[in-house]
Design a protein around this ligand. Sequence first.
Ligand code: SF4
Ligand code: SF4
Length: 389
Amino acid sequence: MIYQQLGDVKVSQLGMGNMRLPTTGEGGAIDQARARAILEHAYENGVNYFDTAYRYHGGQSELFVGRVLNELPRDSWYLASKMPGHMMRYDHGRLSFVGYLAGEKVRTVEEIFQEQLEKCQVDYFDFYLLHNVCETSYDFYTNEDLGVVDYLLEQKRKGRIRHLGFSSHGRPETIERFLNWRDCFEFAQIQLNYLDWSLQQAKEKYDLLTRRNIPVVVMEPCRGGRLANLDDKIAAPLKQARPEASLASWAFRFLQALPNVKVVLSGMTTMEQLTDNLKNFLVPCPMQAQEAKLLETVVSALVSQVPCTGCRYCCEECPQGLDIPRLIALYNEMSYEPTPGLNAALGALTDKQHPANCVGCGACKRICPQGIDIPALMQSLAQAIAKRS
Ligand code: SF4
Ligand code: SF4
C-alpha cells in the first residue's frame, strides 16, 4: 500500500468510502456480513482511511463503520465524517433541514456532532469535514451568528477533532471565497477524475487548493463507476495500450500523477472492486504524459465540450458583465449529465449573472480566439435552464 503524509499522520492513498456499501436489496439495509468482509479485507491490506458521513445509508453507515472499526486498535485507523450543513438552513435565528433531511426532527450543530461521536463509538474524529461547501450551503457555513466553524474549531481544541477540512462540489470561485473567509482548513475533499478535470473544473479546484497548500482527498475517482465501465469502442485505445489493465486503473493512475492528492476514496460495493483497487495502490505507478493523451481521446468521445480555454478576453468586452467562461463551463457540464453540484450552481445564478441577460451584441464572439459562437451559446444555455425550472 502507498502511504502519504496528511497532517501529522500517514494515511493509505486508497481510502474506503462508505456510501456505497453492499445492501440487502436496492436501497435496502447494509448487508452487514458482506460489508464487514470488504472493510476487514481493506484494513488487512493496508487501508487505514475510512470515510463516512451523517446520512450515508440513511444514517446507518456511521453506525456500521464505528462498530467494525472499534474491534480494531484505535491507533491503527483514521475515521472521517461530515457535518451535514449542505442540508441545513439558518434563517432569522431558526434552523431547518432541507433535501434528504427535510421532515426530520431538527437538531443543532452541537447535537449532530455529539450524535456522530456516539454512533461511531469514538472520542474523536481523526478527520472531520463540512459536508459539501457549495453555492447553496455557503451562507449556512459562514453565518457568524450560528458559528458552525467556530464550534468545530473549539472541538478541535478539545481534541475531539484532529484535522478539520471540508468537502465541496462547489465552483472554484466559491471554494476560493470560502478559503478567503476562513483560512483554517487542513484538507479538502473534491470530486476529481480525468473526466471532471475539465468538465467540472476539477483542474482549477486542484490548482487552487495546491496553491493554498491544502492537501486533496479525492472523491468519485471513477465518477460513480462510469470510468470503470466504458463502452468497448471508447475503451479500445486504453485496452490496446495496456491490455491487462482494468479501466479503473487508468483513473487511479491519472490521480497518482497529481502530487497533492493524498487520499483517493473509492466506494467499494464488491470484493472484486476492492481487490482490483488494492492492486493499483501497491506501488506508485503514475500516468505518463503520452498515456494522458489517450485519456483525452476518451473524454472527447464521452462528451463534446465547447473548447473554452478560460482566457477571459470576452469578459472584458461584455456590456452585460457576464462571466462567460463560467457559463460555458456550466453549459459543458449540463450537456453531459446533471449533478447536484451543477444544480446548486445553476440555482445560485443571480439575475445579473444569468445567460438570459445576453443582448446578442456579438462583441465577445469577435474577440474569442477559439471562435466560439458565444451569443448562440448563451441563448441555448438560457433556454436549457428555463426548461429545467
Ligand atoms: S453577445 Fe452577449 S455575452 Fe457576448 S458580449 Fe454581447 S451581451 Fe455579452
Ligand atoms: S474569449 Fe473564448 S476562449 Fe476566452 S474565455 Fe471567452 S469564450 Fe472562452
